[in-house]
Design a protein around this ligand. Structure first.
Ligand code: PLP
Length: 406
């Protein structure tokens, strides 16, 4: 069987394509890491080889993101979904410890503000509501909507924001992978995140799962927590990167002893992970190794400004073709607010009952995994970092041709 993959253009939403050169190196490392005669998955996670891998990954990540030393880098397990809970648990513990002298009966459960702009932030909000329940009347926290674009069926970002003074956290999802709306990477547009409206003492939390490393993170230092599952731009699924401001590395056992907070599994406590260099228990060795290779590859490409230039060119080309095709009536773009269109996930619908025809033609041209998320249907082209400009141009040419044949 040939290992050549050049005839295929993979537009998967995640797990998604990784750079071929990285996978070739990873394949060698899987068999014989660095001349040790042992594969990377056969080495102790406490040995010097793995220590170099994980430390190198953290150093490259810090330099790519220009992450200040005020923030720790954690490599965790459980995906973005586990982080929906972990952010709440750690922030509630930090808040409780900040009010250590208040007796439990007098302790007021804090408000948690959620910006809901699509399916994933809705899921994060639902998890906070679930964790709020304590079964004996007084909730652990009061999750509320600070903004929502549900009424617009998430075809845009929220148009108004109402953050509460004193909220323990304010959550947003930077890029909605299913709906295709994304906060703009720059200030001053109608799709820019309203950083100035978040109260200073509120912990700002961002889900960056599907846009991590696609461009620089605006106002990175203002965030208390940023997390991202690896399986889009970083590496294989199985590792989740969490950036945590160090004042949120708190002793959750001490908070639990005070009462008024939910129980925190040790694996979800950021402090435990930080104190142990992400090696409290056996880490996902292979996903971390491949992520380390991807990070080195991004550094070699010239960093995130360069990556962003290419990603912008890809998104501009694809949206230009889709707008032209929409003008002919062959397709409709899902996201209506232009400044909120995702650079990573581009959902659209094929009109006039021609979806099967579109997918058949796409398949014949080597385009793979273009079907939309099962919850919304339609088409979704995900154009993560490893999807080349050339692949996007080929898809654009096909869309142009398909629209002309309408
Ligand atoms: C924006 C976003 N958040 C969270 C998740 C959930 O991540 P996981 O599947 O790693 O739990 C996903 C998954 O695609 C996502 O795209």
């Amino acid at each position: 069987m040939s290992l050549d993959r050049s005839a295929v253009h993979n537009f998967a939403a995640g797990p998604s394509p990784l750079p071929t050169s990285v996978l070739e190196e990873a394949a060698r490392g899987l068999l014989n890491y660095n001349g040790t005669g042992m594969g990377v998955c056969e080495l102790s996670h406490r040995g010097k080889e793995f220590k170099a891998i994980i430390e190198g990954a953290e150093a490259d990540l810090r330099s790519l993101l220009k992450l200040p030393d005020s923030h720790a880098v954690l490599f965790m397990q459980g995906g973005g979904t586990t982080q929906f809970a972990s952010v709440v648990l750690n922030v509630l513990a930090a808040r409780r410890l900040a009010h250590a002298s208040t007796p439990t009966e007098q302790y007021e459960p804090p408000v948690l503000d959620y910006v809901v702009s699509g399916s994933w932030s809705a899921k994060a909000y639902a998890e906070a509501q679930r964790l709020a329940l304590n079964g004996d009347g007084k909730p652990f926290c009061v999750p509320r909507l600070a903004a929502s674009s549900k009424e617009a069926k998430y075809t845009s970002l929220p148009s108004a924001y109402d953050f509460s003074a004193g909220a323990a956290l304010a959550f947003y999802c930077e890029n909605e992978t299913i709906n295709g709306d994304e906060f703009a990477g720059v200030a001053g547009t109608d799709a820019s995140f309203p950083f100035d409206k978040v109260p200073k003492d509120t912990v700002l939390v961002a889900d960056y799962s599907s846009s991590f490393l696609s461009r620089p993170i605006p106002n990175i230092a203002q965030h208390g927590i940023i997390y991202a599952g690896a399986q889009k731009n970083l590496g294989p699924s199985g590792v989740t990167v969490v950036l945590v401001r160090r004042d949120l590395l708190v002793d959750t056992t001490a908070a639990m002893k005070l009462g008024g907070v939910p129980a925190v599994p040790i694996q979800s406590e950021y402090k435990t992970l930080a104190d142990n260099g992400s090696l409290y228990n056996t880490p996902p060795v292979f996903p971390i190794y491949v992520s380390a290779l991807v990070l080195r590859h991004l550094v070699a490409q010239g960093g995130l400004d360069k990556v962003a230039e290419v990603n912008k060119a890809k998104a501009d080309a694809l949206y230009a073709s889709l707008d032209a095709a929409e003008a002919t009536g062959a397709v409709t773009c899902v996201v209506r607010q232009k400044a909120a269109r995702s650079w990573m996930n581009v959902p659209f619908n094929i009109t006039n009952g021609r979806e099967a025809e579109f997918l058949k033609g796409a398949e014949a041209r080597g385009f793979r995994q273009l079907k939309g998320h099962r919850s919304v249907g339609g088409i979704r082209a995900s154009i993560y970092n490893a999807v080349t400009l050339e692949s996007v141009h080929k898809l654009c040419a096909y869309i142009d041709e398909f629209a002309a044949a309408a």
